[in-house]
Write a protein that binds this ligand. Structure first.
Ligand SMILES: [Zn+2]
Length: 243
């Protein structure tokens, strides 16, 4: 039994320092990309340790449709459809999938110019296996994934992912939500966002009881947030965590 988390990106939507918040989870032979930041292949390449590329991502979970979480999906899908011809699988809630093609991908991916000069029309199913998440446990190879809606502008899902006896959580984007944090805190380790505006203020997390903060790592933090002096431990890009 093994469960490894590689921190692909820690930044927010406006970061000039990092890749956008995203993780690579590896459990017993199953690899799951958690959110797809723009310039995905470059982010994968930058990970220390075993080298990863677009061909190594067979499963991707998309938490919601903001560009910093979904902007790398087009690159992944184009590569897998046209270059290596091995489709990957997209896992997301029905609410996210409802708009993924129509509002994020269709404009650049629907029409394909053929050598004959004719135009072919493609749909999301031509690019990927699409699996809507159900309530409760979802099996993704060796991993088991549960999700919970967060408080955000658009439908967004936080997740807990289990491999064997170990569990990891990820808040995705959310306003402060004590119930969500308690749900995530059942994990051995969980990543929680913090940022400005409708996001979770750092002070709200700092004020939590120690048992809820003990296994928390900050992610999606603003560039100005200094990990070295952070009151709660920060996820660091390129970090490899063995659960
Ligand atoms: Zn968002």
């Amino acid at each position: 039994m093994s469960f490894v988390c590689r921190v692909l990106g820690v930044g927010d939507a406006f970061t000039a320092l990092y890749s956008n918040a995203s993780l690579v989870l590896e459990g017993d032979g199953t690899r799951l990309l958690v959110d797809a930041p723009p310039a995905l292949n470059r982010a994968l390449r930058a990970l220390p340790g075993e080298r990863l590329s677009l061909d190594d991502v067979d499963h991707v979970f998309i938490s919601h449709l903001h560009g910093d979480h979904v902007g790398g999906l087009e690159q992944l899908l184009f590569w897998r459809r046209f270059v290596t011809r091995r489709l990957c699988t997209i896992h997301a809630t029905p609410e996210v999938l409802r708009d993924l093609w129509a509002t994020r991908l269709r404009g650049g991916m629907e029409k394909l110019l053929q050598g004959t000069g004719e135009t072919l029309e493609l749909s999301l199913d031509d690019y990927a296996h699409v699996v809507p998440l159900v309530p409760g446990e979802n099996r993704i190879g060796a991993l088991a994934l549960e999700w919970r809606a967060t408080i955000h502008h658009v439908p967004t899902a936080a997740i807990r992912v289990r491999s064997g006896a170990k569990m990891l959580g990820y808040s995705a984007d959310t306003s402060f939500d004590r119930g969500l944090i308690e749900w995530l805190a059942a994990s051995d380790l969980f990543f929680h966002e913090t940022n400005y505006g409708v996001h979770t203020p750092l002070e709200a997390l700092v004020a939590l009881p120690q048992n809820l903060k003990a296994r928390m790592r900050l992610i999606h933090y603003p560039d100005e947030h200094d990990p070295a002096s952070s009151p709660i431990a920060c996820a660091r890009e390129g970090e490899r965590i063995e659960l």
